[in-house]
Design a protein around this ligand. Structure first.
Ligand SMILES: Nc1ncnc2c1ncn2[C@@H]1O[C@H](COP(=O)(O)OP(=O)(O)OP(=O)(O)O)[C@@H](O)[C@H]1O
Length: 627
C-alpha cells in the first residue's frame, strides 16, 4: 500500500501515531521526503512521504459496507471505516470475499432473528448488509445449485467471536435445512439445583477457570446460556442421562484442578495438601464414580512392572501436579471427542457424501510473552491456512488474470513455503527433530535446542536469540515468535498414563467407563510414546486436502478490546489482528475480484450435509494449565 504522490500543502492526511496507530491532520510543509503535519490533536509531526496517506474528506459518515468501495485503500482508511461502522453497531464489513466481524461484546438480537434469516435467503452477496448469514447462504446455494462443496473458515484470536460466529452459521444452515429445535427446559431453578448437585461454586474459585481472567459480560446470563446449552443437547439427541454425565465429568475436571499437593514424609513423595484439597479429591471421585483412594494413588504413585517384581514409585509434589493436569486433559479430550462424534452422527454427517459445507473454527496466530508447544502448533496451523489462503486468493487470481491476458501489475505476496519447510519437512524439520529427541532417552530440552541451532544456522526463518540456550525464534508470516523449548519434549509425548486409564476404566459410571474402554493386553502396561506433533501434522494435511476440495469463504473475527466491553475500539490492537489475518494484504487486490466473484457465486444444486469439521486439535486446544 504505497502512498500516492499527490500530497500538497493543505492536504488532509493520515500519519502514524504511537497511541492511535493513525491520526489525521493537515500538511503544513513539504521538505523533500519529509512531510510536516499538524494533527487534529494539536501535535506537529514530521513523517516520511511514504508513511503519509491521503484522507478521504468526503467519506460517507456511515462508512462503506465493502472496503473495496473506499476511495483510498490503505490501512488508516480501513481502520477508520471499521471504527465508524462499529460505532453504529455495524459489526460486519466485507473486504472482497472476506467478512470481517468485530465482536460487539453485547447482545444484538435483531441481527440474528428469524426475520433476518428470511431476508438473507437467496439474496445475492452484497445485495444486503454484510452478515454471516450472507456467507452461509452463498455456501448453501453453491452446494445446492452447483453441487459444490464449500468451506467457511472462521478465524481470530481468543475472544474474537469465532464460536458465536460459528453458532450463527450453523443456526442459519439449520434454518435453511428446515431443522427446528425441540423446546425443552425453561425452569431457572434447575440451574441452581444443578450447581448444588455438582458442588459448583463461583467460577473464580476454580483454578482451571482462572488460567486467564474470568469475566462477567454485560447482558450475558450464564444461567440462560447453560439452559440454552442443555436445549441444544436435547436437539442433537444427547439423552438426559448423557447430559447429566457430561456435566458431572466437566464438574469433576474443575474439582480435580483444585487438588493441591504437599511434600510427603519420604523423599520425592507427596500427599494431599489440606482439607480443602481432600474435599475436591472426594468430590472428583464421587462425580467420576471412582474410588477416592485409587484416584489419589493415580496422581501421586507410579507402578512399574518388571519381570522380577512390581515396583511402586512415588512422585514429588511438582510431578503430582503434572500428573493431575495430565489426568484432567485426558478426561477432557475424551469427552470432547465423544461430543463431536455424537453431534456428527446426530446431524446426519455422511462420511461418503459428495458435497459438504465445512465450518472451521480455528485459533488465530498467537504470540505471547511466553510461547510453548501449543503456540507452535497453533501458529503452524495458521501458516498452513495462510498458504491455503494465498494459493486460493492470490495465486489463482493472478494466474487467471495472466491467462486472460488482462493487463495488471503483478502483486507480490509473501510465500510462506519456507516456514512450512522449517516446521514440517521430513526429514530435518523441527517436528521431525523433536520426534527424534523424544525417542532418544538421553535427550533434554537443551540438547534439542542445540540440535535446532546447528541444523538451522543458515535458515532465514530461524533465529537463535542471543544469550539463550533453549529458546528459538521463528520468523512467521505474521511476525517473529520466540518459543521456549523447555517443555517441547514432554508436551510432544502423547500417552494415557496406565494408572489413569485403569482408574477410569473401573469407573462405576457407564459413561465415564465408556470413554476409557480397556486397552488390548499387550499395550495396557506400557505408556508408549506417540508424537502429538506428527499426528497434528497429519491431521492438518488431511484438513488441507478437505479444504482444497471446497470453495472457501473466510470470516475474520476481531476482538476490538482486551477489556471485553462494548463500544471500545482499540486501534493498535485491531490493526495487529488485521495484519496477522492477512486482511490488509487481501485488500490490495480485492477490488479486482469483485466482478468475477459475483458471476461465480451467482451461478448456483444437492443435499444439505453438514460437516462439522472436527476440532482437529482437540487435545491441544483445551484451556488447561499447560497453556
Ligand atoms: N456476534 C456477537 N454478538 C454478541 N456477542 C458476541 C458476538 N460475538 C462474540 N460475542 C461475545 O464475545 C464472547 C466471546 O466470543 P467467542 O466465545 O465466540 O470467542 P472465541 O473467538 O470463540 O474465543 P475462544 O477462542 O477463546 O473460544 C462471547 O461469549 C459473547 O459474549
Amino acid at each position: 500500500m504505497a502512498s500516492p504522490v499527490n500530497i500538497i500543502v493543505g492536504s488532509h492526511v493520515w500519519v502514524e501515531d504511537p497511541v492511535l496507530a493513525w491520526i489525521d491532520g493537515q500538511v503544513t510543509r513539504l521538505d523533500g521526503q519529509d512531510v510536516h503535519v499538524k494533527t487534529t490533536n494539536g501535535k506537529k509531526v514530521v513523517a516520511n512521504v511514504s508513511k503519509v496517506f491521503p484522507k478521504d474528506t468526503e467519506a460517507s459518515p456511515g462508512g462503506v459496507d465493502d472496503m473495496t468501495k473506499l476511495s483510498y485503500l490503505h490501512e488508516p482508511g480501513v481502520l477508520q471505516n471499521l471504527a465508524t461502522r462499529y460505532e453504529l453497531n455495524e459489526i460486519y464489513t466485507y473486504t472482497g470475499n472476506i467478512l470481517i466481524a468485530i465482536n460487539p461484546f453485547q447482545r444484538l438480537p435483531h441481527l440474528y432473528d428469524t426475520h433476518m434469516m428470511e431476508q438473507y435467503k437467496g439474496a445475492a452477496l452484497g445485495e444486503l448488509s454484510p452478515h454471516v448469514f450472507a456467507i452461509a447462504d452463498v455456501a448453501y446455494r453453491a452446494m445446492k445449485n452447483e453441487g459444490k462443496s464449500n468451506s467457511i473458515l472462521v478465524s481470530g484470536e481468543s475472544g474474537a467471536g469465532k464460536t458465536e460466529t460459528t453458532k450463527m452459521l450453523m443456526r442459519y444452515l439449520a434454518h435453511l435445512g428446515g431443522r427446528s429445535g425441540v423446546e425443552g427446559r425453561t425452569v431457572e431453578q434447575q440451574v441452581l439445583e444443578d450447581r448444588e448437585k455438582f458442588k459448583l461454586e463461583n467460577p473464580k474459585s476454580f483454578h482451571y477457570l482462572n488460567q486467564s481472567n474470568c469475566y462477567e459480560l454485560d447482558g450475558v446470563s450464564d444461567a440462560e446460556e447453560y439452559l440454552a446449552t442443555r436445549r441444544a443437547m436435547d436437539i442433537v439427541g444427547i439423552s438426559e442421562e448423557e447430559q447429566e454425565a457430561i456435566f458431572r465429568v466437566v464438574a469433576a475436571i474443575l474439582h480435580l484442578g483444585n487438588i493441591e499437593f504437599a511434600k510427603g514424609k519420604e523423599i520425592d513423595s507427596s500427599v494431599i495438601k489440606d482439607e480443602k484439597s481432600r474435599f475436591h479429591l472426594n468430590t472428583t471421585a464421587e462425580l467420576l464414580e471412582c474410588d477416592a483412594k485409587n484416584l489419589e494413588d493415580a496422581m501421586i504413585k507410579r507402578v512399574m512392572v518388571t519381570p522380577e517384581e512390581v515396583i511402586t514409585r512415588t512422585l514429588d509434589p511438582e510431578s503430582a501436579l503434572s500428573s493431575r493436569d495430565a489426568l484432567a486433559k485426558t478426561i477432557y479430550s475424551r469427552l470432547f471427542d465423544w461430543i463431536v462424534e455424537k453431534i456428527n452422527i446426530s446431524i446426519g454427517q455422511d462420511p461418503n457424501s459428495k458435497t459438504i459445507i465445512g465450518v472451521l473454527d480455528i485459533y488465530g496466530f498467537e504470540s505471547f510473552k511466553h510461547n510453548s508447544f501449543e503456540q507452535f502448533c497453533i501458529n503452524f496451523t495458521n501458516e498452513k491456512l495462510q498458504q491455503h489462503f494465498n494459493q486460493h486468493v492470490f495465486k489463482t487470481e493472478q494466474e487467471e488474470y495472466e491467462k486472460e491476458q488482462i493487463n495488471w501489475s503483478y502483486i507480490e505476496f509473501v510465500d510462506n513455503q519456507d516456514v512450512l519447510d522449517l516446521i514440517e519437512k521430513k526429514p530435518g524439520g523441527i517436528i521431525a527433530l523433536l520426534d527424534e529427541a523424544c525417542m532418544f532417552p538421553k535427550s533434554t530440552h537443551e540438547t534439542f535446542a542445540q540440535k535446532l541451532y546447528q541444523t538451522f544456522l543458515k535458515n532465514k526463518r530461524f533465529i537463535k536469540p542471543k544469550l539463550s540456550r533453549t529458546n528459538f525464534t521463528i520468523s512467521h508470516y505474521a511476525g517473529e515468535v520466540t518459543y521456549l523449548a523447555d517443555l517441547f519434549l514432554d508436551k510432544n509425548k502423547d500417552y494415557v498414563v496406565a494408572e489413569h486409564q485403569d482408574l477410569l476404566t473401573a469407573s462405576k459410571c457407564r459413561f465415564v467407563a465408556g470413554l476409557f474402554p480397556p486397552l488390548p493386553e499387550e499395550s495396557s502396561k506400557s505408556s508408549k510414546f506417540s508424537s502429538i506433533g506428527s499426528r497434528f501434522k497429519l491431521q492438518l494435511q488431511s484438513l488441507m486436502e478437505t479444504l482444497s476440495s471446497t470453495e472457501p469463504h473466510y470470516i475474520r473475527c476481531v476482538k476490538p478490546n482486551n477489556v471485553l466491553k462494548p463500544a471500545i475500539f482499540e486501534n493498535l490492537n485491531i490493526i495487529q489482528q488485521l495484519r496477522c489475518g492477512g486482511v490488509l494484504e487481501a485488500i490490495r487486490i480485492s477490488c479486482a475480484w469483485i466482478p468475477r466473484l459475483d458471476v461465480h457465486l451467482m451461478s448456483l444444486f444437492s443435499d444439505l450435509v453438514f460437516l462439522l469439521l472436527k476440532y482437529w486439535m482437540g487435545t491441544l486446544m483445551t484451556r488447561l494449565p499447560a497453556r
